[in-house]
Design a protein around this ligand. Structure first.
Ligand code: ADP
Length: 473
């Protein structure tokens, strides 16, 4: 089976969040289970030159907005699978990957160019796997093309929702510019008087998936789907939840090149070294018996920073450390900075994005906080499990599917989990975790329960193969 995966970001070429991790790892995992997979993603200013192996197509002519537009395509296998990176500096060479007024146009172009590229390289794929609103355009284009273009007749589409909160909404009067003038196509985009690329993908793709089973249920409710719950319910028989995997080639404490000492489930001594070095890096005193609470995230309301704000004082009063790595909304960046100024011997803050530091924190911390408002899948709780860093999470989306609350009586569970989005519920779990931490054997049990879990991509890839098979039949 031949599968083309399209994504706006993919590790190691580009990443702003979980989508990048998933789109980089899935094609490699598919390849490992025998699928002929191909990744197509934009080449950004941020994409490192070392990943661009060679120019595959120097003259990728794309008919765009009424005129011929010359793009290029680089080739690479830096993520472990064949990859084409579409190079169009006008659209993709910018200071950041997203955040521009014409983002919808940038990704509409990417979609169209990716399909031109697939026509150019020959043999049509059986499945085009589209990810998030950035790829909703290709779902519509392919469903139209299938009606008149023999090349695409046997190609089917899968559309994956990684985060329903971002829908790619823009003025419907622009649709014709991107080639979606026909009524049928226009209707696919229309949502509450505007065009929505997410809606277009949801409506026209042959099959839908999302990144956890719990999120597949949640997005059928009005409070979680930002106006599209009715459509998700309408297509629920074509929607499945597949929990993301972890790339253990990248996130593995036994081999991780970013961390100062390696460790294993049966020998955690290296983790103590990682903790010492993490405290040193943040100029914090080396009280190794005190727990480190950590958080690594995009600083947006989704991630429950408001709750962390409300419990931080109690964590510090218990004598623990807090380390935060993140960037995003200034109100949250300011909060972490103020907390650090308030307790410089207990709080470490790095404002920004740093992949190496993310690894060091996962390795050196004791407890990882993810009190998200909503979380389609979440990756950091799964990285934490592998690094013996016990997660405290809110029971939503993928957090609910992957973390089980520790049961002191029979020793089961890999973390701590609370329900209501309230500081007192979160705090209750923080105290439960501190109580467990105080007893070395209990803590070791929780760590081992998490470290022995298999959240590898192989399981997830097999489920995707099954989904592709259903889509073809
Ligand atoms: P989301 O996709 O909503 O951002 P996920 O938990 O699915 O959340 O994935 C987030 C990914 O981005 C993780 O790999 C996490 O380590 C990484 N990440 C987020 N913020 C930072 C940061 N400031 N520095 C390094 N990595 C980060």
């Amino acid at each position: 089976m031949r599968v083309a995966v399209l994504s706006a970001e993919a590790v190691p070429y580009s990443k702003t969040g979980g989508l990048g991790d998933v789109a980089g790892a899935l094609p490699k995992a598919l390849k490992q289970v025998g699928v002929d997979s191909l990744l197509i993603t934009p080449c950004y200013l941020q994409t490192k030159g070392e990943y661009l192996w060679h120019t595959a197509i120097d003259d990728l002519w794309v008919h765009w907005r009424g005129t011929p537009f010359r793009a290029k395509a680089f080739y690479s296998e830096a993520n472990g699978s064949p990859t084409f990176l579409i190079d169009a500096p006008e659209y993709f060479h910018r200071d950041s990957i997203y955040g521009y007024r014409e983002d919808h146009e940038r990704f509409a172009f990417f979609n169209h160019a990716a399909l031109v590229l697939l026509e150019r390289v020959g043999r049509p794929p059986d499945i085009v796997h589209l990810n998030d609103w950035h790829c909703g355009f290709a779902a519509v284009e392919l469903s139209a093309k299938r009606r008149w273009d023999a090349y695409w007749q046997n190609t089917r589409t899968v559309f994956s929702i990684h985060n329903m909160a971002y829908q790619g909404v823009f003025g419907a009067d622009e649709l014709w510019k991107f080639g979606f003038g026909a009524e049928l196509e226009r209707n696919a985009f229309m949502s509450n008087g505007a065009a929505s690329a997410m809606k277009a993908g949801l409506e026209t793709a042959d099959m839908l998936s999302t990144v956890s089973q719990r999120y597949a249920q949640e997005i059928q409710l009005p409070e979680n789907a930002y106006g599209l719950d009715w459509l998700v319910r309408q297509r629920a028989d074509r929607l499945i939840g597949i929990t993301n995997g972890v790339d253990y080639d990248v996130w593995n404490p036994a081999t991780d090149p970013e961390i100062p000492a390696h460790f294993y489930a049966d020998d955690l001594s290296g983790k103590m070294q990682c903790k010492r070095s993490l405290l040193e890096q943040f100029s914090l005193p080396a009280n190794l018996e005190r727990p480190i609470f950590a958080n690594i995230t995009r600083l947006t309301a989704q991630k429950g920073i408001e709750l962390m704000k409300q419990v931080a004082g109690e964590i510090l009063a218990a004598g623990a450390y807090i380390i935060s790595l993140g960037s995003g909304e200034s109100r949250y960046e300011d909060f972490w900075q103020r907390l650090r100024d308030h307790a410089p011997r207990q709080v470490g803050v790095y404002r920004g994005y740093s992949e190496p530091l993310a690894h060091k924190i996962e390795a050196g911390a004791d407890i990882f906080m993810m009190p998200s408002k909503f979380e389609p899948c979440g990756l950091n709780q799964m990285y934490s499990l592998r690094y013996g860093t016990v997660p405290i999470v809110r029971a939503v989306g993928g957090l609910d599917d992957t973390v089980q609350n520790f049961d002191l009586v029979n020793g089961t569970g890999n973390g701590f989990k609370f329900g209501p989005y309230r500081a007192d519920s979160f705090l209750e779990k923080i105290y439960e975790a501190l109580f467990a931490y105080a007893d070395q054997d209990t803590w070791r049990r929780i760590q081992l329960n998490g470290m022995s879990e298999d959240n590898s991509w192989e399981n997830a890839a097999r489920k995707y193969v099954q989904l592709y098979e259903w889509t073809r039949n």
